[in-house]
Ligand binder design. Structure first.
Ligand code: DP6
Length: 361
């Protein structure tokens, strides 16, 4: 899909050197993608909220190579410094994309990238970084060939390419919310790319907040990639995929109706199911820390006491996403300062919220 061998620069009419820049956000899955097959295809559909403040800026500079050769020439800078490990990974990814972007071998490329949140913090950056790179590549294609003028075509290809880099990244392309994976609950949904889901959101969810409580900044003992692979031998895998499919349908209904309680129940059940799957893998593993558990109990106790619709989610790590409607911002921030911060590493948390999606700079 989206392969096109005709996307080659005519050397008798080379383009001027140029640059494209995108800022792309992270996203938080409410229905989790956990388990994949083939080339980054999901075992179940997932649904995420697009975030606003946790994002990656990527700039891609290009110049036509006077001396043709058959390789991709790439300089790579992360936060202004050359980074060999990231360069090697990115180069391998770009090589894998030459059927989609054959012109990459005809260019001298420089990528400069950086995150709005500090690196090695235990916060996943693959969704924001891979989506910003995919958007740059699609803008580059469009600048050279004018082939992605239609906004929906552009987004679809960007989402597809982002998925090949990191599954969850394909959902970051769209404002407010996105669905990835074919499901009867969302017409037009696909395993190959994510589709916009902002239209499913009752206004109550467009002003949702997601404060990330940083419980640990240590590198995860088991990467997401390895975690997905362990789903293949997990005895609960099949029931899990069926559960995710059913929950996605219930979640779509709750999102449409503005049903915060059902939304919150599904968000928490999904977070705990994800970690339960890790505990049932072979070998089993545990990414929650004592402070994670402490915070989960505090969140449920606070909800019971105040009746505020405040819920948690977890990614594949110990950090907590605190989800609540915008009208509660001052109450919740006061509570974080008073009662939750002490469980965060160096008292650290990040304010985030549902955002407008990527932006070309
Ligand atoms: C728990 O997208 O990071 O965050 O496709 O191997 O790059 P790869 O995995 P990744 O997995 C994300 C898993 C998750 C749930 C989710 O975002 O849906």
């Amino acid at each position: 899909m989206f392969e096109n061998s005709r996307l080659l620069i005519d050397s008798s009419n080379p383009p001027e050197p140029g640059q494209v820049i995108w800022r792309s956000p992270s996203n938080l899955a409410i229905i989790k993608y956990w388990g994949k097959y083939g080339r980054q295809l999901p075992r179940n559909p997932s649904l995420s909220l697009t975030l606003a403040s946790s994002c990656t800026d990527t700039s891609l500079e290009y110049a036509f190579k006077e001396e043709p050769d058959n390789q991709i020439d790439l300089d790579f800078f992360f936060h202004g410094e050359e980074n060999d490990a990231f360069r090697a990974k990115t180069l391998a990814f770009l090589e894998s994309l030459t059927p989609h972007f054959p012109f990459l071998r005809q260019l001298q490329l420089t990528i400069q990238t950086g995150n709005s949140f500090p690196h090695s913090t235990g916060i996943a950056s693959s969704a924001s970084s891979m989506s910003s790179l995919a958007l740059c590549l699609c803008s580059l294609e469009d600048a050279l060939f004018g082939t992605l003028q239609d906004g929906a075509d552009f987004d679809r290809k960007a989402s597809y390419i982002a998925r090949l880099g990191s599954g969850s990244a394909c959902r970051s392309i769209f404002p407010h919310a996105a669905v990835w994976g074919a499901t009867p609950a969302v017409p037009g949904s696909s395993d190959e790319f994510a589709v916009p889901a902002a239209g499913l959101l009752h206004p109550a969810f467009k002003d949702f907040h997601d404060d990330i409580l940083i419980v640990s900044t240590e590198e995860k003992a088991v990467s997401s990639r390895a975690g997905h692979a362990l789903m293949e031998g997990n005895p609960y895998a099949e029931p899990r995929y069926a559960q995710a499919k059913a929950r996605l349908s219930s979640l779509v209904q709750a999102l449409q109706e503005g049903d915060l309680e059902t939304f919150g129940k599904i968000a928490e059940d999904e977070a705990l199911a994800l970690h339960a799957l890790m505990m049932c893998s072979n070998p089993s593993y545990l990414l929650m820390q004592p402070n994670t558990i402490e915070l989960l109990h505090k969140i449920r106790a606070y909800r019971a006491e105040t009746k505020h619709p405040v819920y948690f989610s977890l990614d594949a790590g110990p950090n907590i996403h605190l989800l609540y409607p915008g009208e509660l911002v001052s109450d919740i921030r006061g509570w974080i300062e008073e009662d939750l911060k002490e469980h965060c590493v160096d008292g650290w948390f990040i304010h985030d919220w549902v955002g407008e999606g990527p932006e070309e700079l």
